[in-house]
Ligand binder design. Sequence first.
Ligand SMILES: [Zn+2]
Length: 165
Amino acid sequence: MGMDVYGKNPTSDEGGYFRNNVWWWRPLADYLLQTYPDLTGECTYWHTNDGDGLSAESATALADALQRDLDNGNVAAYAAAYEDRIAALPLIECTLCAGTGLRTDAIGRQYGYDVPHDPITGRGGCNGCQGDGKVQSWEAHYPFSVENVVEFAAFARASGGFEIH
Ligand SMILES: [Zn+2]
């Protein structure tokens, strides 16, 4: 599952197609919407596969803004702050073992996860949390990177407008 973004009138191979899986697309789209509301507003449905998108003029304006903020370090600063926020997220209770570190449901019993984790054999303990009882929150699975913005900016610049599917 992911977002396939197609250039409407590409001027190069780079402008023909851009893809992020759902984990990568959401933070990228959120960044674009929050940072450039005036440039992204023409497209209503950034988070669904409706084929909404931007005109050639708007895609070029967005590419210009992205290049400016890549050059002046604004994107890098956003990425660093984003990573800090993810790193600071508290761990949450593992749902497979209800935070106990021992998975005692039918599957857990069947596969031997219902006994304490043995660090030497690697056996036992919950398979969701390796016996810790805690896991990363779901937000930690949504990455954001400068490189991804660089790729999207290059796509937008050469896309001739685009549609999100
Ligand atoms: Zn667990």
